[in-house]
Design a protein around this ligand. Structure first.
Ligand code: C2O
Length: 572
């Protein structure tokens, strides 16, 4: 500690350039069972270090993280560092059966990676089955020493993590849904930092309170860790300034409401009132829903409380409490306007390096579908009909997880029987994607990868389908940030739509909401060798197969190759 302090002092005095190296930070995350009570229901849940949500992990750009994860629970486990690029360190990415076999009971694994060229709010979560329902926490990357934010320095920084609380065991919920082919039960509450707040029964004591001083600026690091719901969020009688999304600085803009999909993060500046307002303010979140299925339509509330002056007349309990007005649950108009406001900062220090030329263009459909009911003895299923089970797919392939991890299979040259390298660049059977759905809604199944040569510049259009209803899908790509160069409704038109692409300052992120009944076009440079999962971050859709993986091959130079696997990499 003392030595870097000295160094920091020296670099300030002598105006030395920033050191290119960071420090190594060690963390131990013990995955343990832990009793938690919410809404008067107590359950034993899988937790990190006996905390719910999990502890904050903090690092600086350039640091190396060595995170030892020890599995003390009966479940298999793996952790993902959502949004971390993992340059050449794919072994530490975390999705089970994609980049690693799960960590088995009693075993441990050290996730080893260096944070290169990233700073901002990210998060970590379990990446196996539905365990991320309770295993998640903030992952905060500060800028390098002496590098300021491109906005006024906040008085305080506060992580606000949205989650979903289920009274029942989430592993049982997804097990049941997989058996019956039906939609899984929905959550009982939304939470802010694990707390549902006073709008639920038996919950007033579990309320997140943000205590502020007047006339100060607070940086709220907002993370949507909910399993299955995009969320609107607003603070009564306050506006916020959005300054960052998915750990990328954006052109600041003011808004009274934000929309955040599962997997996404949004940093906002909250400027408090200039003087003590003699009131408190609800901060509420509830879902944005476009699909047909049942959903949890409840509202989580936290309270923004101003520190009271000494001679305040009313006690804080008796203050008037204002409530924000959130958009309607299906307000796609708001969603579109909000996503159009998000632009990369694109400054000298933080340029938007949008690929201007494209080597390969892909067109994938994303949406729901069905599988035939697989029950014996004439038992019926609970899918959209009693002879079908819900499924979801990319380009009509519902992705099956292998029983060995893809990255090891690739690295050791033993891909036979594990995956095939023939993901279609275009749907095999084109149809009117957003028109009247086809009669046949069946998906095919497989473990198909799209192979890219190192440094391929990719353009990918993701097209929602109206099969079983159009729906917004937050698509997340591991291993890369991408630029969202275009979005629209209806079917993507390859002749017209590219003319309107923004190749100057599009938002750069790791998770994009493909508009309901529309499409999103992204570009990225495949400069990171490895196997990279891409999936809908609505966990139910991932479970149903809305997922696939990219295989990016090594480049020729030594620094363009995937590093060798660590010795403690879990075995299947
Ligand atoms: Cu946030 Cu593949 O996950």
């Amino acid at each position: 500690m003392a030595s870097w302090l000295l160094f920091a002092v020296f670099s300030c005095v002598l105006l030395l350039p920033e050191p290119a190296f960071g420090i190594t930070r060690h963390y131990t995350l013990d995955i343990k069972m832990h009793n938690v009570t919410r809404l008067c229901h107590t359950k034993s849940l899988v937790s990190v270090n006996g905390k719910f949500p999990g502890p904050k992990i903090i690092a600086r750009e350039g640091d190396q993280l060595l995170i030892k994860v020890v599995n003390h629970v009966p479940n298999n486990i793996s952790l993902h560092w959502h949004g971390i690029r993992q340059l050449r360190s794919g072994w530490a990415d975390g999705p089970a059966y994609i980049t690693q076999c799960p960590i088995q009971t009693g075993q441990s694994y050290v996730y080893n990676y260096t944070i290169v060229g990233q700073r901002g709010t990210l998060w970590y979560h379990a990446h196996i089955s539905w365990l991320r329902a309770t295993v998640y926490g903030p992952l905060i990357i500060l800028p390098k020493h002496g590098v300021p934010y491109p906005f006024p320095k906040p008085h305080k920084e506060v992580p606000m993590v949205f989650g979903e609380w289920f009274n029942a065991d989430t592993e049982a919920i997804i097990r049941q849904a997989t058996l019956t082919g039906g939609g899984p039960n929905v959550s009982d509450a939304y939470t802010i930092n694990g707390l549902p707040g006073p709008l639920y029964n038996c919950s007033a004591k579990d309320t997140f309170r943000l205590r502020v001083k007047p006339g100060k600026t607070y940086l709220l690091r907002i993370i949507n860790a909910a399993l299955n719901d995009e969320l609107f969020f607003s603070i009564a009688n306050h506006t916020v300034t959005v300054v960052e999304a998915d750990a990328i600085y954006v052109k600041p803009f003011e808004t009274d409401t934000i929309l955040i999909a599962p997997g996404q993060t949004t940093n906002v500046l909250l400027k408090t009132k200039p003087s003590y307002p003699s009131a408190s303010f609800f901060m509420t979140a509830r879902p944005y829903v476009t699909g047909q299925g049942t959903f949890d339509n409840s509202t989580v509330a936290g309270i923004l409380e101003y520190e009271q002056p000494k001679h305040a007349k009313t006690s804080i309990k008796n203050l008037q409490l204002f409530t924000p007005v959130l958009p309607a649950l299906n307000d796609t108009n708001f969603a579109t306007k909000f996503s159009n406001k998000l632009r990369s900062l694109n400054s000298k220090k933080f340029p938007a390096n949008v690929p201007q030329k494209v080597d390969r263009k892909f067109f994938f459909t994303v949406g729901l579908g069905t599988n035939p009911c697989n029950h014996k003895n004439n038992q019926t299923c609970q899918g959209p009909t009693n002879t079908t089970m819900f499924a979801a797919s990319i380009s009509n392939i519902s992705f099956t997880l292998p029983t060995k991890a893809l990255l090891q299979s690739h690295y050791s040259g033993k891909s036979n029987g594990v995956y095939s390298s023939n993901f279609p660049w275009n749907p095999i059977v084109p149809f009117n994607y957003t028109g009247t759905p086809p009669n046949n809604t069946m998906v095919s199944t497989g473990t198909n990868l799209m192979v890219l040569r190192y440094n391929t510049s990719v353009e990918l259009v993701m097209q929602d389908t109206s099969i079983l209803g159009a729906e917004s899908h937050p698509l997340h790509l591991h291993g890369f940030n991408f630029f969202v160069v275009g979005q629209g409704f209806g079917n993507f038109d390859p002749n017209k739509d590219p003319k309107n692409f923004n190749l100057v300052d599009p938002i750069e992120r790791n998770t994009v909401g493909v508009p309901s009944g529309g499409w999103a076009a992204i570009r990225f440079l495949a400069d990171n060798p490895g196997v990279w999962f891409m999936h809908c971050h609505l966990e139910v859709h991932t479970s149903w197969g809305l997922r696939m993986a990219w295989l990016v091959l090594d480049g020729d130079k030594p620094d363009q190759k995937l590093l060798p696997p660590p010795a403690d990499l879990p075995k299947c």
